[in-house]
Design a protein around this ligand. Structure first.
Ligand code: FMN
Length: 204
């Protein structure tokens, strides 16, 4: 009997771009029959830093996502990690959460899952791939199977064009466009499909 795909979309977002992408990815996974938990990691920046950026403050005030917990990672058989690029790396907020997974890792509870990553940067050469690859490093250590977005769908070959994972170039503060959101949706469909297949094999 095939397993159910259980997808945790764990992300950080300061000004909403990653949140919109996480929602699109979660939608794709749901369309593919998965149970989905959309979870934001805790904000760690000081209130003064947040208040200095009206978009950041508005997101913190208005965002209504449940906070990521270790139980979400243990529950999932497919995990999507999302973070904006921060100097070519994932945000400290996401990293801080990932650094609390040592106990689960030690007990082997993060192995044999399928993992994938998505990001946004303000410029095309500003570190999209390096940020995704850095998130993927964590998946390797967990013993997860790293799932790239690839070029399997025509949309990915012709439009979004990043086989590493869903990506958006935000330039002067733009919100994710339909091309980026569709890439994330397709990443969610793909994650659900492979999480189900791997979980079915692992549980057999
Ligand atoms: C401290 C900081 C560092 C950043 N570093 C980069 C970077 O290295 N390259 C880049 O292109 N954009 C960089 N950005 C821009 C963000 O990655 C980009 O605006 C992203 O779309 C924000 O996503 P969010 O709305 O989910 O927070 C940086 C932004 C901040 C605040």
């Amino acid at each position: 009997m095939p397993a159910t795909a259980r997808i945790a979309v764990v992300f950080y977002s300061a000004t909403g771009n990653l949140a919109a992408m996480a929602e699109a990815l979660g939608r794709g996974a749901e369309e593919a029959g998965a149970e989905v938990r959309l979870r934001i990691v805790p904000e760690l920046a000081p209130p003064q830093a947040i208040a200095a950026n009206p978009k950041w403050q508005a997101f913190v005030d208005e965002a209504r996502y449940e906070t990521a917990t270790l139980d979400d990672l243990e529950w999932a058989n497919g995990i999507a990690l999302g973070s904006p690029t921060r100097f070519g790396l994932p945000s400290g907020q996401l990293k801080e959460f990932l650094d609390t997974t040592g106990g689960l890792w030690f007990r082997g509870l993060l192995a044999d899952k399928v993992g994938t990553a998505f990001t946004s940067a303000s410029t095309g050469h500003g570190g999209l791939e390096s940020t995704i690859l850095a998130m993927n490093n964590v998946l390797y250590h967990w013993g997860s199977l790293v799932l790239p977005l690839g070029y399997g769908e025509r949309h990915l070959m012709k439009e979004s064009g990043n086989p590493y994972g869903g990506s958006f170039v935000s330039r002067s503060g733009a919100a994710p466009d339909d091309v980026a959101l569709e890439a994330c949706r397709l990443q969610g469909v793909r994650l659900a499909k492979f999480a189900r297949a791997v979980a079915t094999a692992v549980e057999a």
